[in-house]
Write a protein that binds this ligand. Structure first.
Ligand code: DP6
Length: 352
């Protein structure tokens, strides 16, 4: 048993926050996006830890997430479906039929619009690749992670990350890469608010589908988003915060406009989210400069992109709306990394 535990791999990975959003798929099977996107990989304040052990002695695979057992044959469940896909793919690459034991733990609420699927999927891909000694390069890992959950492909690399949409029908050129690592502009931080921790009412997968299939407004979005990607690349390169902030807010607003224009409409933002939007514009106006930008994924939780030096001003401003114990300050991260065996989650589970 000790030998098996020694061969187990434990990894930690993190979510990312998109500044230019992935919204709409040109191929839903392969998660190929209609536009390129740019995100910031976050530090380990919010994280997923995953331990993986492969053994020929295991009959089948077992998956535990946050202490709960999942049936990997359940194709209706997003988590099990994506884990099964990774295992099948990676076992094929490694030429093994060994069974897997996977234990994963999120340090934050799943499905609350805080990219737990991106964090979970990126960490899983990395841990499985290491456990099977495949040592896949970031490009390959990004492609595998993308197939599980599109935005996960951006959590494989650190700092500012761009997912180029690509054009190949098989998705071989649709993956994410770091365009500036976490040391390029570490002043940029993300202030995360936990306005609601309930499960999303409409999943992002359904949001992608409904926007592409039913929103007329959506039809003009991919071109606009791709143009913004170019402007954002420049803003990052030149460390131009005002440009970064303005593009970020506009792109978030554009996503939520097409969500509302979908039919039936999707309203991810609630009254608190809207109050945060107002408050950030008031703050910027009061400062006479754009010092903060809000952005929202498929949920009501605001994430405020700002610079370290403005942290307290931003917290004071949104602290009028959201209780301070629901506000987290998060820096930039580097993508998944291995953890020592003393951090293995397999030991806790009494599974072997
Ligand atoms: C609004 O990556 O969750 O967060 O590929 O169906 O798993 P699937 O979708 P997902 O979509 C994320 C959408 C978003 C924007 C973004 O992160 O770019």
């Amino acid at each position: 048993m000790d030998k098996m535990l020694e061969e187990a791999v434990t990894a930690i990975g993190t979510p990312n926050i998109a500044l230019i959003k992935y919204w709409g798929k040109r191929d839903p099977e392969l998660n190929l996006p209609t536009n390129s996107s740019i995100s910031i990989t976050l530090d380990e304040t919010l994280n997923t830890k995953t331990s993986v052990l492969f053994s020929d002695c295991f009959k089948g695979d077992r998956l535990f997430i946050n202490g709960e057992a999942y049936d990997l044959k359940d194709t209706k469940n997003e988590k099990t479906a994506f884990t099964a896909k990774v295992l099948e793919h990676m076992r094929g690459l490694a030429g093994t039929e060994a069974g897997a034991l996977i234990v994963s733990k999120n340090s934050f609420p799943t499905a609350g619009g805080l990219a737990s699927s991106a964090s979970g999927a990126a960490t899983l891909c990395y841990a499985v690749s290491e456990a099977l000694e495949l040592r896949l390069a970031p490009k390959e890992l990004s492609i595998v992670a993308r197939r599980i959950s599109g935005s996960a492909c951006r959590s494989i690399s650190g700092g500012f990350v761009e997912w180029r949409k690509g054009s190949a029908a098989d998705g071989s050129d649709s993956y994410a890469e770091s365009i500036a690592n976490e040391e390029h502009w570490p002043e940029v931080i993300d202030i995360i608010t936990l306005i609601e921790d309930k499960k999303k009412k409409v999943s992002s997968s359904e949001g992608h589908r409904r926007a592409t299939e039913t929103s007329e407004l959506y039809q003009i979005r991919p071109k606009i988003a791709d143009r913004r990607v170019e402007s954002m690349e420049k803003a990052i390169e030149q460390r131009d915060f005002e440009a970064l902030a303005e593009i970020t807010m506009k792109d978030s607003n554009s996503l939520h406009a097409t969500a509302l224009d979908s039919f039936p409409p999707i309203l991810y933002l609630n009254d608190t989210s809207k109050a945060v939007i107002q408050r950030i514009h008031e703050l910027n106006q009061h400062e006479g400069a754009t010092i903060a930008a809000y952005t929202f994924d498929a949920g009501p939780n605001a994430q405020i992109i700002t610079l370290k030096k403005h942290k307290n001003k931003v917290i004071d401003a949104i602290g009028e709306i959201i209780s301070k114990d629901r506000i987290l300050v998060v820096g930039q991260g580097h993508g998944p990394r291995p953890l020592p065996s003393s951090e293995s989650l397999l030991g806790d589970m009494n599974l072997l």
